[in-house]
Design a protein around this ligand. Sequence first.
Ligand SMILES: Nc1ncnc2c1ncn2[C@@H]1O[C@H](COP(=O)(O)OP(=O)(O)O)[C@@H](O)[C@H]1O
Ligand SMILES: [Mg+2]
Length: 263
Amino acid sequence: MSEPRVERIRFNGRVAWRKRYGAPERRVRLAALRWLARRLGASALIAPPPQDPEQACRTEREMIARLDGLGVRVPEVLAAEPTELVLSDLGPTLAIRCKNEPDPERRASLIRSGFAALRELHARGGYLSQAFARNMVITPEGVGFIDLEEDPRTTMSLPAAQARDVLLYVQSTARFLADRPERYAELLQTQVATESPGVREEISRVARRLRWLAPLAALGGERGRALAQALRALASVGAVVLWLLLLGEQADDVGVALIDLMF
Ligand SMILES: Nc1ncnc2c1ncn2[C@@H]1O[C@H](COP(=O)(O)OP(=O)(O)O)[C@@H](O)[C@H]1O
Ligand SMILES: [Mg+2]
C-alpha cells in the first residue's frame, strides 16, 4: 500500500502532521469543473490549475508565511523537504466539531465563529485555498486555517478569491444547520453584509448563476442535499445582496442583477 498523504505523527514529543505532496489526481474531473465554472461565469469557483508536488509544497509554505504575516492562525512549519512538510497540530477541525455537536444552537455558534474568522481574514487582505469546514480548526484559542496548497490568486482577483472562501465555507457548513435553515440564512446575511462590495458582487453573481442547480442537487444523495442546502441559503440572501448593491458603489450593476434575477 502507498504511504498516506497526510499522517498524524509525533515530532519532538509533540503531535504534528506530516504532509506529502504527490502527483495531482483527478485531472480530467478538475478540468471539467474548471470548464463548467467558466461557462457559468462563476469565476470565483474556477479552481486553480493542478501543480506538481514541488510547486504544491512551495505554495503551501508561501500561503502559510503570508497568512502568518497577517497575524492569522496557521500551522508552524516544523520541518520541510521539497515535497514534504511537517506541520504543528492546530487541533480538531470545524467539520469534526460540528459533526460531534448535537445542540443546534452550539453548532450555529461554531459556524458563526468560522464566518467571523473569514471576515477578519478578509479585512486584513487575506484569502484561503479551500475554505471548507474540514480545512479550518476551532479551539478555545480561536479559529485556524490548514490545507493551503493552492493559491487562487494565481487565477482570480482578490474579491473573487475572498468570495470563493465564503462560497466554499457555505458549501461545507450549510448541511450542519439543515434543521435550522432560517438560522443559517441569518448568519450568512451578516457575513455578506460585512464583506466588501466587490466580494458581495462576486457572491451574488455565483448565487444567481447556480440557483437552478438546487432542485437537481437535492436529488443527488447526501452530498447533493448538502449542496442544495447551501444553494438555498445563498438564494435567500439574494435580495439582501441586491439591496446592498443599490446602496454600494456597484449601482451600475444593479440593472444587470435585476435582469438576471428575473430570468
Ligand atoms: N496542522 C494541522 N492541525 C490539525 N489537523 C490537521 C493539520 N494538518 C492536517 N490535519 C488533518 O488532516 C486532514 C488532511 O490534511 P489537509 O492539509 O487538509 O490535506 P488534504 O489536501 O488531504 O485535505 C485535515 O482535514 C485535518 O483533519
Ligand atoms: Mg483538506
